[in-house]
Design a protein around this ligand. Structure first.
Ligand code: NAP
Length: 379
């Protein structure tokens, strides 16, 4: 049996590359619990590894299971890395469900983001060595596994003194926030940005990067019983204003714009009414960038916003950006973001660490609303 990596690629079916995406599934691993670590060591000693695999699309809690695999042989330009930590992101869930625009060949290993430590490199690999920390350069690595073997160009190096959770969550959400803040509008200190899903992984990165850029952030979240706690947490990251979806629709918002300039940029990860509302507050000629559609609702753009305010409606997809810009520019962006982390300007989103073998707990939490904590599988 061959197992493809989970995701990413070029708007086509994945897992068809010649590189080391083929894994021999040995058997389902029925073992759980306290003896898992001993089991894992025995597995690794036999040259095997463990991975969270799905053989068909569907509810992640039903179709994802832990299996033992045999990694492929290391080629001349390949890198073997031990995965250390990998998050569960909404796009990972959508891929398992079969609803994401790009899908792997099945069976597939889940996960697109994470951090690993290089164990071994092929004879022609010059940019990486054992001990280095790496993150995927693009989507599709299938990071929910204990070990991976893939071409050197599919990895970007990160300093191995980064906090583990920062490294594990750097490659997708943090990069997305960074690109959206820099690539669509020329923002200067004192300008403002408005965003919904502001407590998401992308949103938390946007708050911190925007703060480092001297921008004021207006952060929209859904109301909840522990709103004050969430607000405090977001403000401790650098959020200036935290406002509920309900308050966003009220005339009181005009009071805010007596103190804060209207935003040039709106970041939309939700869609539906929420997108229309943040769009309404943009300055004339401003831009709304849509990167996610958590509400699964289409976006309504009032004609007046286009005619009288000439707002620009754009979209962003990190996967496409990485394809279009190539490995060197991806590595450059990662290096800039690592500098932010090392300068104390960027920390990981709020996370819950979950042992790899407790993946069902993590999958459940990752698909539950209002959890506000990124589930990170620790291998
Ligand atoms: N375009 C790209 O390149 C790109 C890159 C990264 C991520 N994304 C997308 O960005 C979105 C956020 O990803 P993430 O990993 O940052 O998310 P996350 O950390 O898992 O957080 C999910 C966020 O979505 C909010 N949410 C969930 N359902 C909602 C609904 N029905 N209405 C309004 N808000 C809702 C959650 O709010 P509560 O706390 O209120 O539940 C939370 O803020 C996803 O759609 C993801 O696929 C896109």
């Amino acid at each position: 049996m061959t197992v493809s990596s989970s995701a990413g690629g070029h708007g086509r079916c994945l897992g068809n590359g010649a590189m080391a995406l083929r894994w021999l599934s040995v058997r389902s691993l029925g073992q759980r619990g306290a003896d898992h670590w001993g089991s894992l060591c025995r597995v690794m000693a036999r040259g095997l590894c463990e991975a969270l695999i799905y053989h068909k699309h569907g509810d992640p809690l039903r179709v994802v299971r832990l299996e033992t695999l045999k990694p492929p042989q290391l080629g001349d330009t390949d890198v073997r890395a031990q995965m250390l930590a990998a998050p569960i992101n909404p796009s990972d869930i959508n891929m398992v469900q079969g609803t994401y625009p790009i899908l792997p060949n099945l069976p597939a290993v889940g996960g697109n983001e994470g951090v690993g430590q290089v164990l071994e490199v092929g004879s022609r690999v010059t940019n990486l060595k054992p001990g280095d920390w790496v993150i995927p350069s693009d989507a599709g690595l299938g990071t929910w596994r204990t070990e991976t073997v893939d071409n050197m160009n599919r990895f970007s190096k990160v300093p191995n003194n980064l906090p583990l959770l920062c490294a594990a969550t750097l490659g997708v959400n943090t990069c997305t926030a960074y690109r959206m803040l820099y690539d669509f509008e020329t923002l200067k200190p004192g300008d403002s940005v408005i965003q919904n899903a502001a407590n998401s992984g992308v949103g938390q990165a946007a708050i911190q990067i925007a703060k480092a850029m001297g921008l004021t952030t207006i952060n929209i979240v859904r109301d909840r019983p522990d709103l004050q706690q969430l607000t405090d947490r977001m403000k401790s990251m650098g959020a200036h204003y935290v406002i509920t979806e309900e308050a966003l629709r009220k005339p009181d918002m005009e009071e805010l714009f007596k103190k804060v300039p209207r935003p040039h940029l709106a970041l939309n990860g939700v869609g539906g009414k929420s997108a229309t509302e943040i769009l309404r507050h943009l300055v004339k000629g401003g831009t709304m960038v849509t990167y996610g559609g958590m509400a699964k609702q289409p976006i309504t753009v009032p004609a007046s916003a286009l005619i009288f305010k000439n707002v620009k409606i754009q979209g962003f997809w990190m996967t496409r950006w990485k394809q279009d810009h190539g490995h060197d520019l991806v590595q450059e962006m990662i290096s800039v973001l690592c500098d932010f982390i090392q300068a104390g300007k960027l920390r990981a989103p709020v996370c819950t660490k979950v042992k790899f073998q407790d993946y069902t707990t993590a999958l459940k939490a990752a698909t539950t609303p209002f959890i506000s904590s990124k589930q990170i599988l620790i291998m």
